[in-house]
Design a protein around this ligand. Structure first.
Ligand SMILES: Nc1ncnc2c1ncn2[C@@H]1O[C@H](COP(=O)(O)OP(=O)(O)OP(=O)(O)O)[C@@H](O)[C@H]1O
Ligand SMILES: [Mg+2]
Length: 216
């Protein structure tokens, strides 16, 4: 697929497939198009050319509101800086996707607490993001991304703001949690060691898949 920002071709013809339950790492230099690729795959951005297909359905043909609904239902997102809602507690943040998916508050909060427990955050349910360490906040973000059992988790530098050890633990938490639900994971990372834990690594350079792709 191709994606342009004005005259700049951020994606210059990337062809990529992801299987159910697969873990795919996207690596490459700053500005090479990794985030753009993630956003096109996740239906956040529409490609200028090419197709995005999920289970046989053309995502790129959907309008904004249908894509937004699809993202809420089928995908989970983890960003570099958590992007948790500062005013909400850990369990409220985690419950958001469940509430958006139509669960009643009681069920959503119960589901959220269960996920926080699975991510080692029992006892921290009522803390706000400002009362959590960076690694704990990222585990809340992982719980939130997985609580509604999405098909695919898209993670953009989920460990980028963490020290090496916390980054490793966070990646383990992400991969373990995804594996427990069967979700596929597409993770952008600068860290080659973390990328090596994916089933497959794709390197992006200048908006293209680089030759000599290293298989993990
Ligand atoms: N909204 C935008 N408008 C214009 N240009 C953009 C926009 N978003 C990204 N770009 C440009 O597209 C190219 C690819 O950007 P992208 O964010 O995908 O890179 P990246 O590989 O994720 O980089 P990083 O590792 O620094 O996050 C860059 O040259 C960037 O400046
Ligand atoms: Mg990026």
């Amino acid at each position: 697929m191709v994606k342009r920002y004005g005259d700049h071709r951020a994606l210059a013809g990337v062809d990529i497939g992801i299987s159910a339950g697969e873990v795919l790492a996207i690596v490459g230099p700053s500005g090479s198009g990794k985030t753009t690729l993630l956003h096109v795959l996740a239906g956040v951005l529409r490609p200028d050319d090419g197709e995005v297909v999920l289970d046989g359905h053309r995502v790129d043909r959907l309008g904004e509101s249908k894509r937004s609904e699809l993202r809420r239902r089928e995908f989970g997102f983890v960003f570099q800086n958590g992007m948790l809602v500062a005013e909400l507690t850990a369990e409220e943040n985690t419950a958001l996707p469940l509430l958006l998916a139509g669960a009643n508050r009681q069920r959503a909060m119960a589901g959220a607490r269960e996920w926080l427990g699975r991510l080692g955050l029992a006892g921290m349910e009522t803390r706000r993001p400002g009362e959590l360490s960076g690694g704990q906040a990222q585990r809340v973000a992982i719980a939130r991304a997985l609580a509604h059992q999405p098909k695919v988790i898209f993670a953009d530098e989920p460990t980028g703001a963490l020290d090496t050890r916390t980054g490793e633990e966070t990646m383990s938490a992400l991969l373990g949690a995804a594996a427990s639900t069967g979700a596929a994971v597409v993770v952008v990372t600068h860290d080659r060691d973390l990328a090596a834990r994916a089933g497959r690594i794709v390197e992006i350079r200048d908006g293209r898949i680089a030759d000599g792709v290293v298989a993990a």
